[in-house]
Design a protein around this ligand. Structure first.
Ligand SMILES: [Zn+2]
Length: 306
């Protein structure tokens, strides 16, 4: 297990002396905060780990992660597939990968529906996601609640004239194996509005930074917090705001927070973590999940992706 010290700095503590860094008691603390109404402006930060149960590979898991499975594209390095300068010269590998990762091939997970449940219970302020799979919106979270920090496939535009492409045309073009060229200027490549390395993050990301000041509970799930500036967000909440991290990567819970012990780690899959939390809250997340999954074809957004 690598030492990550992600949530803190300062004096070291072991798992034992933190006390409520144990699965059950930690989640119970979080559930009580929500039940008592103390946590009513929750910010949820989602990483690739919330979508792996949907069959979407994450980036960095050794062996199964995306970056370990790109050898067929002969890239200078795995990250090149998402580098804007490389894409401008050689867009084929990205579009080949895009056919594998296209959103309508996947269904949201239990964790996506747990986030929607937070919204329905009126305790979710915002969901910041690193994911480009649009599963938060397919699960029914309204657009204004979700900040796709790295963009998504839902919108595409020309790299030369910025003309927005019709999503249906874009999908058909990608799946026909042709590089999408702008029908406006006839010159530029049309690229999904996914934030590549070398591009700035969407405006919406910066617009919603003040959410972290209002946040009274931060839930971070399915991310190893290695990609900046997303990973920095955890330090934007006030110094006494409780933070729950759910991931299976392992976490060396180093550090103290002066007199405030506010951080909790759940080591396991995102779905297991939210399921346990939902049980402690008395929320029927499984029933909620099955109800919406079976009615998904009524969802307009999903139809758009078909
Ligand atoms: Zn154009």
């Amino acid at each position: 297990m690598s030492k990550q010290n992600l949530f803190s700095s300062g004096k070291s503590h072991t798992h034992e002396d933190i006390g409520y860094n144990k699965k059950e008691s930690g989640l119970k603390t979080i559930a009580e905060l929500i039940k008592s109404g103390k946590a009513k402006n929750i910010v949820f930060m989602a990483g690739a780990g919330i979508s792996t149960a949907a069959g979407i590979p994450d980036f960095r898991s050794p062996g199964t992660g995306l970056y370990d499975n790109l050898s067929k594209y002969n890239l200078p390095r795995p990250e090149s597939i998402f580098e804007i300068q490389y894409f401008k010269k050689n867009p084929e590998p990205f579009f080949e990968l895009a056919r594998e990762l296209y959103p309508s091939k996947f269904l949201p997970t239990l964790t996506h529906y747990f986030i929607r449940l937070l919204h329905e219970k009126k305790v979710l302020l915002r969901c910041f996601t690193q994911n480009i799979d649009t599963l938060e919106q397919i699960a029914g979270l309204p657009e204004e609640v979700v900040v796709e920090a790295h963009g998504s496939f839902s919108k595409s535009k020309c790299l030369k004239c910025n003309k927005i492409a019709d999503p249906k045309w874009m999908k058909e073009t990608i799946f026909s194996g042709v590089i999408p060229k702008c029908v406006g200027c006839n010159k530029g490549i049309v690229k999904p509005c996914i934030t590549f390395f070398g591009e700035s993050l969407p405006e919406k990301f910066f617009l919603h930074m003040p959410d972290f000041n209002k946040c009274d509970l931060l839930i971070v799930a399915g991310t190893s917090l290695q990609v900046q500036p997303f990973a920095l967000l955890i330090d934007y909440v006030s110094s006494d705001t409780p933070r729950l991290l759910i991931n299976r990567m392992g976490f060396d819970f180093d550090g103290s927070f002066s007199s405030v012990r506010r951080d909790i780690f759940y080591g396991g899959s995102c779905d297991d973590g939210v399921l346990e939390l939902a049980e402690l809250l008395g929320w029927k997340v499984i029933e909620f999940y099955y109800y919406y999954i079976s009615n998904l074809h009524f969802n307009d957004y999903y139809l758009l992706c078909l």
